[in-house]
Design a protein. Sequence first.
Length: 378
Amino acid sequence: MIVVFGIITALYVIFISLLYVAYNKIKPFRSEFENPISRFSIIIPFRNEAKNLEALLNSICSIKYPKSLFEIILVDDDSEDNSVDIIEDYLNRRKCEDFSEISIIKNNRQSNSPKKDAIQTAMLKSKYEWIITTDADCTVPSLWLQTFDAFIKNKSPKLIVAPVTYEVSNTILDNFQLHDFLSLQTATVAGFGIGNPFLCNGANLCYSKPVFIELNGFDGNNNIASGDDLFLMEKMVKNYPNDVQYLKTQDAIVRTKPEPTLKALFNQRIRWASKTSSYNNAYNKTLAFVVLLINASLVTCFTFVILGFVSWRILAAFYIIKFSIDFLFILRSSRFYKQNYSLVFYPFNSLMYPFFVIAVTFYSMFFKYKWKGRTFKK
């Protein structure tokens, strides 16, 4: 059994080390803001986001970009709170002077995926050639569109993956989520570094509308509740492998909020895990399996220690190896996002993480989950 643990740990170290090295292959993008020409339709689905919408709208107001070159489409996905009233009141108070065009539309449900339906609904009403998606619990930077415009003119991409991070308080739960998310952000960049993009985030995603239409958008995965970002990227990578690119710059960072409770976090991660088996990217599936194995090994080893079958020194050795490689991996993104302060929570988070992963994986295989007041099954 110890030999098996050792082999799994070695595999994990190899995978993470390769990604760690690949991260630096993606160089920071140096923006030159001259004569913006790209036109953007910003699509923001929302459901029961009353507490977050004002911060989002304030950040949109701060965008430094010609108002004639972008529009905002907010898609109401059957909100049960006063989200729509809050938006309308905000726009009335501001008299819309900060917006070129903004509209609030109702989601036209067609599938098992409310968010994909919302984006498709907005796409039919959008006027411009570039689509940007973000979420209603996010805030966007003032140079957001200028940076996308500069990148488009410089790189001629079809799809742009851009950075996202959590805005956290000084709590264990917030920083637990942040560390998990930072590891995903490092892996996202590293995927581009190895020439095999396998992660992205719909909270900061930009793509060509004509190409979206050409590839039939989300057709083929509408039965899966989430994955509006990853499945679209997989299509883009398959058809335009050199035109899916990562925008590595702090000028484009979108910030979102962690889940407020452990229950909400658990449901969110189940939602993410439920789409893993549907990925087409073999590397993504393999990496997810190796991550699952290393965490299952630690939980199993811990159980054997409790039962007296394995020495605690063996568990400590495996834990220290994983602790060290994960710390260096997270450090990549924590420096980029200037969130090194959170690392004080890392020792505790690293102890809890294997148990969390196993619980999420088990639950996602056998049970339904709730999200935004709705119940979904895998």
